[in-house]
Design a binder for this molecule. Structure first.
Ligand code: HEC
Length: 173
């Protein structure tokens, strides 16, 4: 019985060492994808999305301190056009050349992609902190907290903007 336990412990230890060695060899030989001009693989996408979902579930604020009124939505549209459209696109404009070089690609919010089904706190978390290992920057050093909420509210409500805000947004380049 004692020998069985010792054998099991040695076996598990050897297995862990082998797994660590295999991981090390994979990384140092350049077999882990590092290029931005090829699509992300299935495992990579699963790991990145699962990690992001779990962190957002834990950290994203549940309540939005800024009301989704016309003034804040209009301010959000302006913040978007000044800070986000270079990657996420502007109304009536083709996919920005800049956006073509990212893997994963930025969603094109001006051309049908949307986050309107996401909670606003989750959108705010992404804009605030950015998304690691992607081109999505953390905007907390560039925008004030209420501006982060304004642009998040704008993205959340893009499909139901008050008509004057919608008209201004659609005329933005
Ligand atoms: C330098 C390019 C770049 C800029 C500028 C940029 N983003 Fe992003 N953004 C990305 C990329 C790339 C992704 C995709 C990340 C991913 O797939 O995980 C992304 C993802 C997002 C997402 C998550 C989308 C989803 O489907 O969950 C949101 C929300 C977002 N960006 C909002 C913004 C806002 C708001 C701004 C401006 C304040 C902005 N981004 C500016 C590159 C950019």
């Amino acid at each position: 019985m004692k020998n069985l336990v010792i054998g099991l412990v040695i076996g598990i230890f050897a297995g862990l060492c082998l797994a660590a060695l295999a991981g090390y060899i994979t990384v140092v030989n350049g077999w882990v994808p590092a290029r931005a001009d090829e699509p992300s693989g299935g495992f990579e996408t699963w790991a990145a999305h699962s990690a992001l979902r779990a962190v957002i579930k834990r950290e994203a604020p549940k309540d939005c301190p800024v009301p989704g009124d016309e003034a804040n939505l209009a301010a959000g549209a302006k913040i978007y056009s000044q800070n986000c459209s270079g990657c996420h696109g502007a109304p009536g404009s083709p996919k920005p050349d800049f956006a073509k070089g990212f893997s994963p690609s930025p969603p094109l919010f001006a051309s049908g992609d949307s986050v309107t089904d996401d909670p606003v706190g989750s959108i705010y978390w992404k804009v605030n902190h950015g998304i690691r290992f992607t081109g999505m920057p953390a905007f907390n050093s560039m925008l004030k907290d209420n501006e982060l909420w304004q642009v998040s509210l704008f993205l959340k409500n893009m499909d139901k903007l008050p008509p004057p805000v919608d008209a201004t947004w659609k005329s933005m380049k």
